[in-house]
Design a protein. Structure first.
Length: 276
């Protein structure tokens, strides 16, 4: 298992970094593909529970919202995203009305699952694109600050939790998470983000240790909820991983559950606070 994890990371990390460096449409298309794969996993999880979400509409909706975010961030009218979302609601509801008429019993719930997946992965997930396309501060450094801060917090939480963890946060949802690990994750996230921001200040003076540490504090404190949210879905349907697409790592949802929270939070902190 460890060997598979190391090999997968060694292959995927350079690919991810390359698309982050390229930015623009290559990154937008890459994120859209990843979110579309995560949407397929999302639908598959609920299918395991006996539900019948419209997988094609769910995947298409998530990808369309991600691409629309890329267009809006490049100057298209701000109404494009809400208009597309309204269209997706109407089309999906019509599809489930037809499904119910043909005998599908839980179509109302299936419609709600589709909408939840589209909002969760399509709307929230597309903030990865918005974060990378920032001009001030530089989007490449912004995303290379936010995601490593989350990784550092996760690693710190695992280390401190495995050594000192006694008080569980949510044992029914994720038995391995403890308050001691959570505290260790916050310390790790703050230090990692502060030091990275100090490094990036050589290229963009808006990055400072203090600003990075504040962002790291917020991300380390809040993004574990993204992990717990996905654990909730998996726990309800009795599965360990969202899929087995990534050897040793599980599925795409298992990798991005905290990232999409981090992207949205970082985008607004950098836009509303950082530039002041």
């Amino acid at each position: 298992m460890l060997k598979e994890r190391v090999i997968a990371a060694a292959v995927l990390l350079p690919i991810g970094l390359a698309f982050i460096y390229l930015g623009s449409w290559p990154f937008t298309l890459f994120v859209s593909l990843v979110l579309g794969g995560a949407a397929w996993e999302f639908a598959r999880l609920f299918c395991k529970g006996g539900y019948q979400p419209s997988t094609p509409l769910l995947v298409a909706g998530v990808v369309a919202l991600a691409l629309a975010r890329g267009l809006v961030d490049r100057g298209m009218p701000m109404t494009l995203g809400p208009a597309l979302l309204a269209l997706l609601v109407m089309v999906d509801m019509a599809a489930h009305v037809i499904a119910y008429q043909r005998g599908q019993q839980q179509s109302a719930v299936d419609f709600a699952i589709d909408m939840g997946g589209i909002l969760y992965l399509g709307w929230l997930g597309s903030y990865l694109i918005s974060l990378r396309l920032l001009e001030r501060p530089d989007g490449m450094f912004a995303i290379l600050l936010a995601l490593p801060a989350v990784w550092a917090a996760d690693s710190g939480a695992y280390y401190f939790g495995s050594r000192f963890g006694k008080h569980k946060i949510a044992p029914r949802v994720s038995p391995g998470k403890s308050w001691e690990g959570y505290a260790g994750g916050i310390v790790s996230g703050v230090l990692a983000a502060g030091l990275l921001a100090l490094l990036y200040s050589q290229f963009d003076p808006s990055f400072t240790f203090a600003r990075g540490a504040i962002l790291g504090l917020v991300l380390a404190a809040v993004t574990p909820l993204g992990d717990l949210g996905e654990s909730l879905i998996k726990r309800q349907f009795g599965v360990k991983d969202s899929s087995h697409l990534i050897p040793g790592h599980g599925g795409l949802m298992d990798r991005i559950d905290s990232w999409i929270w981090a992207a949205a939070i970082s985008f607004y902190i950098l836009q509303l606070v950082w530039v002041l």
